[in-house]
Design a protein around this ligand. Structure first.
Ligand code: PLP
Length: 811
C-alpha cells in the first residue's frame, strides 16, 4: 500500500509542479495544476507497476488479455487516486494549498475511446481485474480521435471532431522498443521445405504498430495492470524518399496517409455493422500487434510454445477482435513451426468470446473478395478452419445441406465473424440471463446443439468504485456509517443496508443526499444549458445511446401526452417532473437524429409554456459521456430502462442507477429481469410486452400499430401532434418518426407498449408521493446492487472461463 502523508504529498506536489511547468504554483492555471497532480500520481504508480510486472514474471501465473476495439475509460485521475488509497490525503493537502481537488479533476478530458455500453464494460472490467488481483490487461487501439463531440444547435445534433490528445496524455507511456510490424495485402506463396509446407508472404504493405501503455491501478492492493493501446505509423526506413521519382514520392505520401488512417478514428456506431475496409484493417491491426507482442513476451520469459495455453487467456469483446483466432494460428504455424492440430488446440484453449447483441444488423460479416485481398494468409487459414468445420458437420448432419450452409463460416460470399468466434473459442457467453437464453434457443441455436458446453452466461456488471464511491461520496459515507465498509471489498455485503429500509432516519438521510445531488446537477444544468430546473421535482432520467430499440420515442410520446393533459386541465394533480435526456446518435442514423430533434422541440415548447413550465421541464443534456453520467446518475430519482423486450442484451446504466438509489421503470429485458429478481416486484416498476409476446409477433406477425391508434384517443392525438405543426412549423420535420410508427408498422412496439407505460408512470407518481415507500424502495435497490458490481462478473469470468480462479481464492 502506498503510504503518503499529507505533508509529504504537498512537498512532492509543489516539486512536481515546478519541474513540469518551470514556474511557481501560484502562477499556474487550473489545467497546469491538474497536469502536475496527474504527473505526480503517475510517478507514484510507476514503481508499483514495475513491481507488479516483476511479480507476474516471477510467479509465472496465467495472464488474461482482454481484447476490445473500445475502452470507454472516462477520466483517470480521480479513480486512480481512489484506488491508490490517497485521494483523501491529496484532497486535504491540496486544500491546504488553496486548491480544490474536484476542480482539478474537472480539467481532465474524458478518454472516450468507445461508443457506449460495450466500451464502458471493458473499462469496468479492467478496474475489477486489477482490484481482484487478477493479472488482466487490456489490448486495443489508441484512436487519435475518440467518439465525436456532440453539440446541439437549433435542436439538432451537430458532430464536432474530438481531439482528446491536444494537450498530450499524462497517463500513457509510449514504448517504441516494443513496436510490431503488421502486414496487409500482398501475395502468399507456398513452398515445400524439408517435407513441410512453408507460407511466404510477399509484396505486403508493412505497418508499424507502436504501443502506448496505461497503468490500471487496483483498489488498495499494490496491483497495477496494463492497458496497451496500439498506434499505427508508417515504416519510414522502408522508404528512402530521396530515391523516389515524382510518381513514387506521391505514392510514399499515400502510403503514409493510409497507414495513419488506421488509428485515426473510432467508428461512431454501436449497433449497425458497416463493411468498411478501414474497420477490417483496424481489427487486424490491433489483434496482430497485440498477439505478436504477447507471444514475444512469453518467449522472452522462457515459456515453451506448446505451453502457451497454460500461461495466457485471451478474451474477445464481441466479434471485433475475432481475427485473433486465425492470427494466433498463423503465428503458431508459420512463425513457430507448429502443426495444425497443436496450433488449434492452443488457440481454442486460449480464446473465449462474449456475444453482445442479437440485433441482426449488428452482426459482422466481411465480403470475401475484400477480405482475401487485405489479408490473404489469414483468409487461407479461415478457409481451412471452415473446411474442417464443414467436414465435421457433414458427418453429423448427413444430407442437411441447409443447416450446414447456415452454419458455415464462409457463405453467401461473406466471412461470418460470429461463426468464426464460436468455432475458434472454448467459451461463448451472453451478457444477461435472457440474452444467453435467446442466443441458445434462437440466434445461435445450431451452434448451441453442436457445442452445448461452450455456451454460458456472465451477467454484466459495473465497477462500484467509479459508479458509487467516486460518483456519490455522500451515499458512500451513509453506507459506511450504517453498515461499515466491508462492502467496498465485498460488494454483496451491501445487503446489510436492507435492514434500514424502513428506518425513518436513514430514509431521511438518503433523501437529503439525493436532494444535494439534484441541487448540484441543477446548478450544472443552469450553468451549461441555461435552464432552471426544480430540484424538488422528480428527476426522470433517460440517458444512453439514441436508438429506435431503446425507445426514447416512447418516453417522448408520453411527455407529449402529459403536456396535452396539462393544457386541458391545468389543475391536474401530478408529481412535478424534470425529464432529463442525454445520448449521442450515430452520425448516419437518420431516425435517431430525428428523435433528438423531437426531444428538443418538445423541450422548447414545454419549457417556454408558462401554463406548464412550473410543473414539468425537459432537458436534453449535450455530449453524453462517462464524466457526464457520473454527474447525472447520483441525482436521478427514476431510471428509464424501456427498450423493446429481447433487444437490449444487458444494459449497464440500469445497474449504475439502482446502485445510486434510483427507482427503475423497465421492460423485462436484459439485466432488468435480474434486477427485478434481486429487489422483488414491489421494488421496481415493470411494464410492457413479455419476451414470449414479442417473439411471437416477430415470428407469426399479427401486429398492427394503426389498429391500436384507432382505439386510443390520447395516443392518436400525440401521433397526430408529430405532423400537425404542434412541435415544428415544418410539418414534415418528424415524418421519419411518424413513418417508423405508422407506415412501417412500429418495429419496436412503441405504440403497443404506450398504454402500459403510461399506467406504469402513474404508479411511479403514487410511489413518489409516499416518502416512506419511495425511500424504502431506494434503500432496497442500493442494498441489492452489490451483485451487479463487475467484481462479481469478473470472478465468474476468472473461475468459469479463464481458469485463473485460483488467484481469487488466494485473496
Ligand atoms: C454505462 C454507459 C453506457 C451504457 O448505457 P446503457 O443505458 O446500458 O445503454 C453508455 N454510455 C456511457 C457513457 C455509459 O457510462
Amino acid at each position: 500500500m502506498l503510504k503518503i502523508g499529507k505533508e509529504q504529498f504537498k512537498k512532492d506536489y509543489i516539486e512536481k509542479f515546478i519541474e513540469m511547468h518551470g514556474t511557481e504554483l501560484s502562477e499556474g492555471t487550473d489545467y497546469n495544476k491538474y497536469e502536475a497532480l496527474a504527473g505526480l500520481t503517475r510517478d507514484y504508480v510507476v514503481k508499483m507497476w514495475l513491481s507488479t510486472n516483476k511479480r507476474y514474471n516471477d510467479t509465472g501465473e496465467k495472464q488474461v488479455y482482454y481484447f476490445s476495439m473500445e475502452f470507454l475509460m472516462g477520466r483517470m485521475l480521480g479513480n486512480t487516486l481512489l484506488n491508490l488509497g490517497i485521494r483523501d490525503v491529496c484532497k486535504e493537502g491540496l486544500s491546504d494549498l488553496g486548491i480544490d481537488l474536484e476542480r482539478l479533476e474537472e480539467m481532465e478530458e474524458d478518454q472516450g475511446l468507445g461508443n457506449g455500453g460495450l466500451g464502458r464494460l471493458a473499462a469496468c472490467f479492467l478496474d475489477s481485474m486489477a482490484s481482484l488481483n487478477i493479472p488482466g490487461h487490456g489490448c486495443g487501439i489508441r484512436y487519435k480521435r475518440g467518439f465525436f463531440e456532440q453539440k446541439i444547435i437549433d435542436g439538432s445534433q451537430v458532430e464536432a471532431p474530438e481531439n482528446w490528445l491536444k494537450n498530450g496524455n499524462v497517463w500513457e507511456i509510449k514504448k517504441p522498443d516494443k513496436a510490431q510490424i503488421v502486414k496487409f495485402g500482398g501475395h502468399v506463396r507456398v513452398e515445400r521445405r524439408d517435407g513441410h509446407l512453408i507460407f511466404i508472404h510477399d509484396d505486403y504493405e508493412p505497418v508499424l504498430a507502436i504501443p502506448y501503455d496505461m497503468p490500471i491501478v487496483g483498489y488498495e492492493n499494490d496491483t497495477v495492470n496494463t492497458l496497451r493501446l496500439w498506434s499505427a505509423e508508417p515504416l519510414s526506413d522502408e522508404f528512402d524518399f530521396s530515391s523516389f521519382s515524382r510518381g513514387e514520392y506521391s505514392k510514399a505520401i499515400e502510403y503514409k496517409n493510409s497507414v495513419e488512417a488506421i488509428s485515426q478514428i473510432l467508428y461512431p456506431d454501436d449497433t449497425l455493422y458497416e463493411g468498411k475496409i478501414l474497420r477490417l484493417k483496424q481489427q487486424y491491426f490491433f489483434v496482430s500487434a497485440g498477439l505478436q507482442s504477447i507471444i514475444r513476451h512469453f518467449k522472452n520469459n522462457g515459456v515453451g510454445i506448446r505451453d502457451l495455453d497454460e500461461k495466457m487467456a485471451i478474451h474477445i469483446n464481441d466479434t471485433h477482435p475475432a481475427l485473433a483466432i486465425p492470427e494466433l494460428m498463423r503465428i503458431l504455424m508459420d512463425e513457430e513451426g507448429l502443426g495444425w492440430d497443436d496450433a488449434w488446440r492452443i488457440t481454442t484453449n486460449t480464446i473465449s468470446y462474449t456475444n453482445h447483441t442479437i440485433l441482426a444488423e449488428a452482426l459482422e460479416k466481411w465480403p470475401i473478395d475484400m477480405f482475401k485481398r487485405l489479408l490473404p494468409r489469414i483468409y487461407m487459414i479461415i478457409e481451412e478452419i471452415n473446411e474442417r468445420l464443414c467436414g465435421q458437420l457433414w458427418n453429423r448432419y448427413i444430407g442437411q445441406w441447409d443447416k450446414i450452409s447456415r452454419m458455415s463460416i464462409l457463405s453467401d460470399g461473406y466471412v461470418k465473424m460470429a461463426h468464426l468466434a464460436i468455432v475458434g473459442s472454448h467459451s461463448v457467453n451472453g451478457v444477461a440471463k435472457l440474452h444467453t437464453e435467446i442466443l441458445k434457443k434462437e440466434e445461435m441455436t445450431d451452434f448451441y446443439y453442436l457445442y452445448p458446453r461452450k455456451f454460458n452466461n456472465k451477467t454484466n456488471g459495473i465497477t462500484h468504485r467509479r459508479w458509487l464511491i467516486k460518483a456519490n461520496p455522500q451515499l458512500t459515507a451513509l453506507l459506511i456509517d450504517t453498515i461499515g465498509d466491508s462492502w467496498i471489498k465485498h460488494p454483496t455485503d451491501m445487503e446489510k443496508f436492507e435492514r434500514f429500509a424502513h428506518d425513518r432516519s436513514v430514509q431521511g438521510r438518503l433523501y437529503d443526499i439525493k436532494r444535494d445531488n439534484k441541487v448540484r446537477l441543477s446548478n450544472f444544468i443552469k450553468r451549461t444549458q441555461g435552464i432552471d430546473v426544480d430540484p424538488d421535482s422528480m428527476f426522470d432520467v433517460h440517458i444512453k445511446r439514441i436508438h429506435a430499440y431503446k425507445r426514447q420515442t416512447l418516453n417522448c410520446l408520453r411527455i407529449m401526452a402529459l403536456y396535452n393533459r396539462l393544457i386541458e386541465n391545468p389543475n391536474l394533480d401530478i408529481v412535478p417532473r424534470t425529464f432529463i435526456f442525454a445520448g449521442k446518435a450515430a452520425p448516419g442514423y437518420y431516425l435517431a437524429k430525428n428523435i433528438i430533434e423531437l426531444i428538443n422541440s418538445v423541450a422548447n415548447r414545454i419549457n417556454n409554456d408558462p401554463r406548464v413550465n412550473n410543473i414539468i421541464k425537459v432537458v436534453f443534456m449535450e455530449n453524453y459521456r462517462v464524466s457526464l453520467a457520473e454527474k447525472i446518475i447520483p441525482a436521478a430519482d427514476l431510471s428509464e430502462q424501456i427498450s423493446t423486450t429481447t433487444k437490449e442484451a444487458s444494459g449497464t446504466s440500469n445497474m449504475k442507477f439502482m446502485m445510486n438509489g434510483a427507482v427503475t421503470i423497465a421492460t423485462l429485458d436484459g439485466a432488468n429481469i435480474e434486477i427485478r429478481d434481486e429487489v422483488g416486484d414491489e421494488n421496481i416498476i415493470i411494464f410492457g410486452l413479455t419476451e414470449r409476446e414479442v417473439l411471437n409477433y416477430y415470428q407469426t406477425g399479427g401486429y398492427s400499430s394503426t389498429s391500436i391508434l384507432s382505439s386510443n384517443a390520447i395516443l392518436k392525438q400525440v401521433v397526430e401532434d408529430l405532423m400537425n405543426g404542434q412541435y415544428s412549423s415544418d410539418k414534415d420535420k418528424f415524418k421519419p418518426i411518424y413513418e417508423s410508427l405508422i407506415t412501417y408498422n412500429d418495429e419496436f412496439f412503441v405504440i403497443k407498449d404506450f398504454d402500459s407505460y403510461i399506467k406504469a408512470q402513474g404508479r411511479a407518481d403514487i410511489l413518489y408521493r409516499d416518502f416512506t415507500e419511495w425511500n424504502k424502495i431506494a434503500i432496497t435497490n442500493i442494498a441489492h446492487s452489490g451483485i451487479f458490481s463487475s467484481d462479481r462478473t469478473i470472478q465468474e469470468y476468472a473461475t468459469g472461463i479463464w481458469g485463473s480462479g485460483y488467484l481469487y481464492k488466494n485473496l
